[in-house]
Structure formats: C-alpha cells, structure tokens
Design a protein around this ligand. Structure first.
Ligand SMILES: [Zn+2]
Length: 56
C-alpha cells in the first residue's frame, strides 16, 4: 500500500517523494483524523476542478 504524500509548498497531493511542481521534498500525509479542515479543503478543490471541466 503506497502512502499518499503531500507537498506543503504547492499544497498538492502526490505519490512522489519529490514534488513534480517545485522539486521540494514531500511529506507523508497521514489520515486526517485531526484536521477535518484539510480534508474539507481538498474536497472543495476537487469539486472546483470538476465544475471547470464540465463547464467548458
Ligand atoms: Zn511542490
């Protein structure tokens, strides 16, 4: 099972140890038990992307 990693600079989720956007080190993203805001935030981001791809 591969762990989800996260770039704190770009605020992007990735599976790579190095961020493909900024080249920085990513951190392992643990289950967001203590940060419901973060989960909610990424949920909103994916919703936004869906809206845009459907709209055009
Ligand atoms: Zn990055």
């Amino acid at each position: 099972m591969s762990s989800i990693r996260y770039c704190p600079v770009c605020k992007e989720y990735t599976l790579e140890e190095k961020c493909r956007v900024c080249g920085g080190n990513t951190v392992v993203k643990k289950p967001a038990r203590f940060s419901p805001e973060d989960r909610y935030g990424s949920y909103r981001v994916s919703l936004k992307r869906m809206e845009r791809s459907e709209g055009t």
